[in-house]
Each structure stands twice: as C-alpha cells, then as structure tokens.
Write a protein that binds this ligand. Sequence first.
Ligand code: NAI
Ligand code: MG
Length: 358
Amino acid sequence: MAARSLRIGLIPGDGIGREVIPAGRQVLEAISTSFKLKFDFVDLYAGFETFQQTGNALPDRTVKVLKEECDGALFGAVSSPTTKVVGYSSPIVALRKKLDLYANVRPVKTTATVKSPIDLVIVRENTEDLYVKEERTFESPDGKGKIAEAIKRISERASHRIASIAGEIALRRQKIRDSGVHSVHSRPLVTITHKSNVLSQTDGLFRETARTALSHSSFSDVAVDEQIVDSMVYKLFRQPSAYDVIVAPNLYGDILSDGAAALVGSLGLVPSANVGDGFVIGEPCHGSAPDIMGKSVANPIASIRSAGLMLEFLGEEDAAAKIEKAVESNLDEGRLLSPDMGGKARTEEVVEDILKKL
Ligand code: NAI
Ligand code: MG
C-alpha cells in the first residue's frame, strides 16, 4: 500500500508557540513510517509579530495555502496586545471564520495512575450563540440610565452539526480506547449541555436539535444524556469521571472548557482542535506565555497532543492512539517532566523522551 500523503501547515505564531510547534512536527515525523504516512510541512505566518512586520496579523497567503494546499494545520499561539492596536485582530478567530471551523474540541485527560482519572472532551459550537456579537446600548425610555443588550442566536443547522460531530467523536474515542489506551469509560456517552429551563426557545432549540441529531441510527451505540449547565459545572468538579463527550453551545462551551482544563493541573497539557467539514487545525489551549518564552521550559505536551488530535480528525486513529500512549508513558514515569509539572526537564528533553517512547 502506498503511503498516504498529508500536507500540514505549521503556524507557530508568537512566544512559546515557536518552541512547542516544532515538537508537534517531530512527533508526526517520528510516527510517519510505522503508519504509512508521508508528511509534507509548509511554514506559515500569523500573529502579533507578523502584524508588526507586515501590518496584517493573518497574511492572505497563509489562508490561501491552508485552503488550497493543506489537509490540516498546527497553530501555536499568538500574543494579543493588552491595549487596543488599530488594525490588529486575533488571527485564530479570523481563521476559524474563514475556514468555517465550526467545532472547538478540547479533550481533558489525566493518566490512569492518578487518584480519580479524568477522560472527557468538550465539543463547543464555535460560530453563533452570544458570540455573534450583535450588541447595542441605548438610554432607558424611563430616563433611568443606559441599557445594553446582546443577541443570543441558536440555529437548527449549527446545533445539528455540532451534535453530530460530538456523536462521531464519541464513537471514535471508543475506537481509540478499543486499541488499548486506558480509559474510565466502557461505552460512548454524549452529554448535551443547556439551560432550557430558563431559555426555553434558544437553549430549547439546541437541546431538541441535539437530541434529534444523536437519535440517528449511526449513533445507536452512543448513550445520550443531558444536563443543565450550572449543575454541570458542579458535577464536573465533583465527579469529572462521569463525563465522556460534552456538547455545548458557544458560551457554555467556552466557560466549561477553561474550567475543565484546570482539572488536570497544567495548561501545558491540554490540546484542542478547530474542526470544520473539510479541515482541522490542532492548537494547544495555552497562549504565547511571554513570561517563559525563550527559556526552553515550555511544556510541549499540549502541542504534541494537538498533533495527535489533528491526526484523529484526519482519520488516523491508530497513529493518534500511539502518540497518546507515548505521552502518558512520559507522564506516568515522571522522570522527565517540565517545570509546570513539578519537574526540571527542558522542552527538548521532554520531546526526546516522548520520541523515544514512540
Ligand atoms: P498563557 O496561556 O500564555 O499563560 C498562562 C500561564 O500558563 C503563564 O504563567 C504561562 O507561563 C503558563 N503556561 C502556558 N503554557 C505553558 C506551557 N506550554 N508550559 C508551561 N507553562 C505554560 O496565557 P496568558 O498569560 O493569559 O496570555 C499570554 C498571551 O497569550 C497574551 O498575549 C494572550 O492574548 C495570548 N493568548 C493566546 C491564545 C491563543 O493564541 N489561542 C490563547 C490564550 C492567550
Ligand atoms: Mg476561552
């Protein structure tokens, strides 16, 4: 069988993005032969430094190459100035729009050896809800000050596709578990998050549409549950092992995913994927970490896992499972951990150890 060729865009961005994206690349290169994959990488630019040099944080070429030539991409992080800079806006937000990456997928996982293991993934709708940013401010007609309001828009189309992708992810996670990666779960479960007891129309539509999407025969192996978002936050912190796949509208998903990341101890461990119908961008959850940049102490695991997640969405579950096993073995051994994990290892030592385990 001929090797499958995959062209991957690399967009390190700013700060530690440049120290950790090369780790993602090295890991992909290391697994390529055993899984009959042939990677071809293309370096692309975006971020604040690119903005300072060219006046554009997301050069047209980056978007064009991703759209026309690439199968997927890895994105590091970009720095955003704390005060408003005219003409600058976040390139990852723009990329999600331009490539219609409608799902933000964030797995949060500990290894099996910790006291209460966690293995869940949050699937956040990424295009609508309150983030349509249709806000207005006006004077109250009774003269008692200003009123501001915002539109919360939920569509059947977006709710249906996010629930469907959550169902697909649940099935794929089962496949990866079946190949020997440990887990607290024995069967796929999707939990639909909403607040339809209060927002009966918007969240009501999300809930109903998600239920309909997940009742499709292709998801007959997936158990479906639902939970009101506030009680979910409570249970997520008390009993995180109860969750496998959580699907949520944009705002709840945003909040839940940062909260869930706190459960595993370091931002440097948590990957994400921005997913559309024809494209996926793997992206560590952390930012550009200016406080540690240039010191070779950044934890590369979030980026390495993001590369694995990207492969998972490209249909390479076995390769993704292999990467996850190598990462877990590094964490379980605990010999070569970066400082955020309480260790002393430098970025490249952690990468070397994981490469060895591959
Ligand atoms: P941050 O995620 O960059 O850093 C938060 C803290 O976690 C820092 O103390 C940092 O040293 C530590 N940390 C983050 N990643 C780590 C890793 N891999 N290994 C070890 N320690 C790690 O968030 P912060 O400080 O709020 O933002 C810094 C810059 O990053 C800002 O300009 C912000 O706008 C940008 N940012 C970009 C994101 C993106 O591109 N998607 C996401 C979040 C922030
Ligand atoms: Mg956030």
